[in-house]
Design a protein around this ligand. Structure first.
Ligand code: B3K
Ligand code: ZN
Length: 877
């Protein structure tokens, strides 16, 4: 459906295809520069389409070698072929076959879409519209076909040949070549197609499903890296068992393969039975991967596996429905990780991501609904809104209808839509039916962009023992949506008494909802609680029950009550964050002693009570809001330097005030136990490193000494890298020496060097831009590898508020140059980098003008890809 003119594709224009492709037989003869693809498509007219219409197949940079219709060479006037399409003017009566031979050059494919080379292997990426770079096809998700794929290659070059589905045959093809045939019995859209060929090492195991079927599972990696694949394989087995237990979903093929490649545009891809991964999300060893890396591997392995049901067995009717598979699958992987680790800590981590990515997107020119209504380039819509807000919408649905009805709704969805390409309406209808509720108003969450603000005002009447809470909601205008309607907002709440205990709620909930769940579905509402014996502190949006901004006029004292006593751990954490945010905002406004002693006292008390029992949670409490969080809170005319200095000041004050406790706790958490990546060990390390970070802010000399010792002494990457990260904020020779030692130690490990690139790119000092430029000439850096580009350039543009937003505009000009240069090679990665400008409109006027100038320069560059043209155009709108 791509239109090279960059035309807008609209949801309301959806219509079914005129033809269907029931079966697809592919014969792919791999060659570095001239891979031949012979596709036999078994077509028939679609009863839902137009009769006798011309057949228009999608292509992208294709070269047609030959074409046969029903086995006979096609007459030249029967068709028209260009790199972008193949049109059969008058297709024969149904059913009929097309045999299409194309030739492609995988080595020249720098876009990393379609068939390309990564290292010495061949691999593919087809979502969203990459299959059309392999052969002509109806490249859209509502055309489901049964694929049989024969792959042939030089045996030495590619001893491993993998495809979708089950292996059916393999053998010698003569002349040093061999072949393998794979058959996938499940009809699927072509975006789920994949092959891999190469010299790869393998770690294998088996999984027995709940009905007793044995599945061969394996993780394939580049030669020599098999030792680092064990954790991914283990995470896969845990994911398979969890999906059976929690969602009743069983795996459906005889094999499940995961392949890790080093050149990949995103995290991973859920191709049927053959998931292809960015090696960053597979490879891990204690010496090279941090606890965060392990957690990401676990989450992404689970995510791609869970797509087998939510995405593959039931796919999307069109790309507007992307959140149908992505939001739902993110929700599922979040729940999996919550079950494997600490639920409260996972929720906090997810909300941090939501706010930093999705709230940022939602408040700027790139804001769009969870289900967009139009796009120019679909690859630009794999966004935090579709993924993260999409997951929040599912979470709200579960809160609103309750866990049991939610599970019944999921079962109904799987039963009713298995084997189809579905829509959000069809999905929601299952929950409406399972719960007996009308979800019409709730569905607005899919249509309306922007983050609602909920304002809460409470009033206690001691004589009547009545507490009234007035809630109002408002959503700011977003591009193309100036008027907003009220949403259905589930607000989980409690009233906390002076003793810290919850006061029983009367009424206990909005009628028909779980205890403590109140629903705001109009512009405003007043909740009246009776029999309230004392003035309560309201604890609203427990567990972050809706993706909204909450404004509430709580005093510092009230927030500290919640921090100390709230039975909801999310709100405990949130109230500490709010207190810290206010302190930093006071510092931005010029208050020199912003961090009030009550906050330090509360933290001291908290550490004494909770550090030992819940270190992972304590680490989250000690981590101050980020500079970007503060900037978002200010919202307009932001001066990034002022934000940076204010945050630094508050951090230093807290670090100094708690210095003794932090040093003592740091020492107490220092153990010599061997590293294991489990949640308990990770929690202790997280807290110890949070102590180090805060201590270094308050007592730099002591912090530097501790960090340097930890850096050299560590037996694992988590501790070594945390120490290096602390050092990176302390200018001087210790930092430079440590950075050099790190580079030397890991000079052969590109994924570890990515951490090193990224850390340096985020140093908040004026020399950083020059440092980044210099690192671009480092032998390990390459503009051809997305991980390298993201770690160096991406970290600078998205993770360094002061230096990307330098007052002289040099950061913007640098990024514009990179995006323009990279666009010719890899438009998807270039477009993603350009989204670093998504919050430019909230800057102070000087920087705003410079950012706009750089964006204009990008937008006016001739020959831009649709990807970059779309982002630059929308950013300026
Ligand atoms: N579905 C893929 C993302 C594809 C991105 C295409 N530009 C990975 C995932 O979400 O699981
Ligand atoms: Zn996904």
């Amino acid at each position: 459906m791509r239109d090279e003119s960059g035309a807008v594709i609209r949801l309301e224009d959806y219509r079914p295809t005129d033809y269907l492709i029931d079966r697809t037989e592919l014969d792919i003869r791999l060659d570095r520069h001239a891979t031949r693809v012979r596709a036999t498509l078994h077509l028939r007219a679609n009863a839902a389409g137009r009769p006798s219409a011309p057949l228009v197949l999608d292509g992208d940079e294709l070269r047609l070698i030959s074409l046969a219709i029903d086995g006979r060479p096609a007459a030249p006037d029967a068709y028209e072929a260009s790199p972008e399409r193949l049109v059969i003017h008058a297709p024969p009566a149904s059913p009929f076959t097309l045999t299409i031979e194309t030739e492609i050059d995988p080595t020249a494919n720098t876009k990393l879409m379609g068939l390309y080379r990564s290292g010495s292997a061949y691999c593919t990426q087809c979502e969203a519209e990459g299959f059309r770079r392999i052969t002509y096809f109806l490249d859209r998700p509502d055309v489901l076909s049964v694929f049989t794929t024969r792959i042939e290659a030089d045996r030495d070059e590619a001893p491993v040949l993998l495809g979708n589905g089950n292996p059916v045959k393999a053998g010698d093809a003569g002349g040093g070549r061999h072949y393998a045939v794979w058959h996938d019995p499940f009809p699927k859209p072509c975006y789920l197609f994949a092959i891999v060929g190469g010299r790869l090492d393998k770690v294998a195991d088996t999984f027995t499903t709940m009905s007793g079927r044995r599945v061969d599972i394996a993780v394939y990696v580049e030669p020599g890296k098999a030792g680092d694949a064990a954790y991914a394989l283990d995470a896969l087995k845990r994911s398979m068992a969890w999906d059976e237990r929690v969602f009743g979903r069983e795996y459906d093929l005889d094999v499940f393969n995961v392949v890790a490649v080093s050149d990949f545009n995103m995290g991973a891809m859920e191709n049927k039975g053959l998931n292809i991964f960015n090696d960053k999300y597979v490879l891990a060893s204690p010496e090279t991967a941090t606890d965060t890396d392990y957690a990401n591997i676990e989450a992404i392995i689970a995510h791609e596996y869970f797509h087998n049901w939510t995405g593959n067995r039931i796919t999307c009717r069109d790309w507007f429905q992307l959140c149908l598979k992505e939001g739902l699958t993110v929700f599922r992987d979040q729940e999996f990780s919550a079950d494997q680790r600490s639920r409260a800590v996972k929720r906090i981590a997810d909300v941090r991501v939501l706010r930093s990515q999705q709230f940022a997107e939602d408040s700027g020119p790139l804001a769009h609904p969870v289900r967009p209504r139009q796009y120019r380039e679909i690859n630009n819509f794999y966004t935090a809104t579709v993924y993260e807000k999409g997951a929040e919408v599912i979470r709200m649905l579960r809160t609103l209808i309750g866990e049991e009805a939610f599970r019944r709704g999921m079962d109904l969805y799987f039963d009713r839509y298995d084997g189809t390409a579905a829509t959000i309406e069809q999905f929601l209808s299952c929950f409406a039916e399972a719960s007996g509720r009308d979800l019409g108003h709730f569905a607005l969450w899919y249509e309306q962009a922007g983050t609602p603000t909920v304002t809460a005002r409470g009033h206690y009447d001691p004589a009547a023992k009545v507490y009234r809470l007035t809630l109002t909601q408002a959503t700011p205008p977003t591009p193309g949506q100036l008027e907003k309607s009220p949403q259905v907002i589930p607000i989980s709440l409690g009233l906390v008494g002076a003793s810290g205990a919850d006061i029983p709620l009367s009424p206990p909930a909005t009628e028909g909802h779980a205890p403590g769940v109140f629903v705001l579905d109009g512009p405003s509402a007043t909740l009246t609680f009776t029999d309230v014996p004392e003035k309560p502190v309201p604890s609203l949006l427990r567990g972050f029950s809706a993706p909204v901004r909450l404004e509430i006029d709580l005093e510092e004292e009230d927030l500290l009550v919640l921090f100390r006593h709230d039975s909801d751990p999310f709100n405990q954490w949130q109230s500490a964050q709010t207190v810290a945010t206010r302190a930093i905002l006071r510092a931005v406004a010029g208050d020199k002693r912003a961090a009030d002693h009550r906050m330090a006292d509360a933290l001291r008390h908290f550490l004494a009570m909770r550090a030992a029992s819940d270190p992972a949670f304590a680490a989250q409490v000690l981590a101050l809001p980020t500079e970007a969080d503060i900037a978002r809170e200010i919202g307009h005319d932001v001066d990034p330097d002022a934000v940076h200095h204010a945050r630094r000041l508050v951090k230093a004050e807290i670090g100094a005030a708690l210095g003794d406790e932090l040093a003592e706790l740091y020492g107490r958490l220092t153990t010599r136990e061997p590293y294991t990546p489990d949640a308990a060990g990770a929690g202790r390390r997280a807290l110890r490193n949070a102590c180090l970070d805060l201590l270094a802010a308050g007592r730099p000399a002591e912090g530097e000494a501790f960090a340097l010792h930890q850096f050299r002494d560590a037996d694992n990457m988590t501790d070594r890298f945390a120490a290096l990260s602390v050092l990176s904020h302390l200018p001087g020779t210790a930092r430079e020496t440590a950075l050099a030692e790190f580079a030397e130690r890991f000079r052969d490990n590109a994924l570890v060097l990515d951490k090193w690139f990224s850390l340096q790119a985020m140093i908040p000092e004026t020399g950083t831009l020059e440092r980044v430029r210099g690192l671009m000439s480092h032998p390990a850096f390459s503009m051809g590898n997305p991980n390298r580009v993201r770690s160096l350039i991406g970290s600078f543009a998205m993770g360094n508020l002061t230096q990307f937003n330098r007052p002289d505009g040099a950061g913007y000009e640098f990024l514009a140059d990179i995006v323009i240069a990279l666009d010719a090679r890899n438009p998807q990665v270039a477009a993603r980098l350009l989204t670093a400008f998504r919050t430019w409109k909230m800057l102070e006027p000087g920087r705003r003008a410079l950012a706009e100038k750089a964006l204009r320069r990008v937008a006016e560059t001739p020959g831009l890809s649709p990807d970059v043209a779309d982002i630059s155009g929308r950013s300026l709108s």
